[in-house]
Structure formats: structure tokens, C-alpha cells
Ligand binder design. Structure first.
Ligand SMILES: [Cu+2]
Length: 155
């Protein structure tokens, strides 16, 4: 309902620009603007490593503090391609359904991040509000187990 969209600066997008987005789409990323926004690399207070295996996120539960900027280092340690999306569970489910119904379609417009086996990417986020936000790999057959939650604790 009260979902807003923020524009993430291109400097952040350059970190995962290996996908073939058209340049006009690069600045439109959906993020829950109540809880997270794109973070400034110079304000990172700590790094959280996330490993994708076939098919889980390790760890799947993360706790951060309100206000802090976190560098996420996401590594695909599995043998299959995975994705990483952050959003509300309703939003993630919607995207996962689209993947399941139209597996051949190019879904890159909705991707936050795609990782080939062995690949590692970074994402810098600032947690601007307390609450919880979900993350998942929305690929068919992955989505049910390959989920996690970020809890943002109030200052
Ligand atoms: Cu996956």
C-alpha cells in the first residue's frame, strides 16, 4: 500500500551492471523507501557476507541497526545461477510468480542482482527505518527455501 520507489544513483548500479539493461532502465530500482535506500560507500559501518548455496542463503537472518549503512557482499557459492532481491514479501512473491509463469521471458527489468556460480557482487544499503525487510532468490524451484529476513532494530 504505502510503497514508494526511490531512484538509486548510477554509481551504485555500476556495481552490478553486468546485465544487459537498457540504459534508460538503469536508474529505476524498486526499494522499500520506508526501511532502506541506496547507501553511500563512504558511510559504510560494516560488511555483511551472504553466501548463496543450492538453494539457500547463509545466513538467512540478519540484524542491523537503524541508521547504519551496510555493505553486503553476496557470493554465489553454488553450482547454479541465483538472484538476490530485497523487498516486502508481497513484492517478492509477485516477482517469483512472474518467473514461474514466464520462465523464458527476460526478467532483467525487475532484477536487483543476478549471480552466476562463483560470482560475487556488492550492494550498499542504508537502513533508514526500523522494521523487517525480506530478501529472496525468485527463481522457480528456489523461492520457497531461498529466502531471508533483515531485522532493523530501533536506535
Ligand atoms: Cu536461487
Amino acid at each position: 500500500m504505502n510503497r514508494f520507489f526511490v531512484i538509486i544513483p548510477l554509481v551504485t548500479l555500476a556495481l552490478f551492471s553486468t546485465n544487459s539493461y537498457s540504459s534508460t532502465n538503469q536508474s529505476n530500482r524498486e526499494v522499500d523507501a520506508d526501511i532502506i535506500r541506496s547507501g553511500d560507500p563512504s558511510e559504510v559501518s560494516h560488511t555483511i557476507k551472504l553466501t548463496q548455496v543450492d538453494n539457500m542463503f547463509l545466513p538467512s537472518e540478519i540484524t542491523v541497526n537503524e541508521g547504519e549503512t551496510v555493505r553486503f557482499v553476496i557470493k554465489n557459492g553454488g553450482n547454479r545461477k541465483h538472484e538476490m532481491l530485497i523487498g516486502s514479501m508481497a513484492e517478492l512473491k509477485k516477482i517469483a510468480n512472474m518467473r514461474r509463469m514466464f520462465p523464458e521471458k527476460d526478467h532483467s527489468e525487475a532484477h536487483l542482482m543476478q549471480l552466476e556460480p562463483g560470482e560475487q557482487k556488492e550492494l550498499i544499503l542504508q537502513f533508514i527505518g526500523a522494521g523487517t525487510i525480506d530478501f529472496a532468490c525468485p527463481l522457480p524451484g528456489h523461492f520457497k527455501k531461498m529466502r531471508g529476513k533483515i531485522t532493523v532494530e530501533k536506535k
